[in-house]
Design a protein. Structure first.
Length: 263
């Protein structure tokens, strides 16, 4: 995804915006990813509860995540909502936006080494990275972790693979998205301990993307901490849900009981 789009967003899309002006009826914003196209958040879309003072919720200069409600192409205007964005949705969108911005900057650094215009670099290499890895930054993360070989396999030219890998390894500190919760599981059968181990084995054995791990540690029976480490929030959420469901299904089928609490 380009860090500066020339089109307009789609209804339902999450966008990063900067608050520019506040009125008694709502807040005006500019869309950071869409060449500063103007948008408006009506006061009724600021919060699910009654808004006595809009400035208690937003302020000038604030950067936030909004959901697109309506788009008026003729006016280059977008109506947006703040209250229809959940905490996890905001967190994931901001992370992706920051990564997209960083990815373009790192790509520009590699382009500078090769004496290539940044926009030309994006059209030639950035799009290829997005198509292969999902985003420029994710491609560079993979290069930082696995070296230039992973870029060569994606048909990135040798000189670019070398430059991108060098930039990635010098500028990217590999970080993981970690989410966790607590499984409370018990089984009164004589072989209850073995059945619990089987449930944990199935939880850890669920299908997961590359570079994703699941760990389970006792907190003192019947509580067990389960943690998923992944490259992004979406993968972590999906794997955690699958792992928990596998454990609960296994112990329930064996005659035990269990529940899960997100932490």
């Amino acid at each position: 995804m380009s860090s500066e789009k020339t089109s307009l967003p789609e209804v339902g899309e999450f966008v990063v915006a900067t608050v520019t002006r506040i009125t008694p009826h709502g807040a005006y914003v500019t869309l950071d990813e869409y060449n500063k196209v103007e948008g408006f958040v009506h006061i009724s879309e600021v919060s699910s509860s009654w808004v006595r003072n809009i400035r208690d919720h937003v302020h000038e200069g604030q950067k936030t995540v909004l959901r697109v409600l309506r788009v008026e192409p003729a006016k280059l205007h977008v109506d947006l909502s703040l209250r229809r964005v959940s905490g996890p949705e905001k967190k994931e969108k901001l992370l992706r936006w920051k990564q997209d911005t960083r990815g373009r900057k790192l790509l520009a650094m590699a382009a500078d080494r090769l004496k290539v215009n940044p926009e030309e670099a994006y059209e030639k290499i950035g799009v290829l990275l997005e198509d292969t890895f999902g985003s420029v930054y994710q491609g560079l993360e993979r290069a930082a972790e696995d070296g230039e070989t992973t870029l060569l396999k994606a048909n990135i030219p040798q000189e670019w693979a070398t430059a991108l890998s060098e930039v990635a390894r010098s500028k990217i500190r590999l970080q993981r998205m970690k989410i966790r919760g607590v499984l409370e599981m018990s089984c009164a059968k004589p072989n209850g301990v073995e059945l619990l181990r089987e449930a944990f084995s199935k939880a850890i054995g669920v299908r997961k993307p590359p570079h994703t791990s699941i760990s389970i540690h006792t907190m003192g029976a019947p509580k067990y901490r389960i943690e998923v480490s992944a490259e992004n929030f979406k993968d972590a959420e999906r794997v955690l849900d699958a792992s928990v469901q596998a454990a609960l299904k296994s112990i329930s089928t064996s005659g035990g009981e269990g529940k899960f609490t997100r932490h």
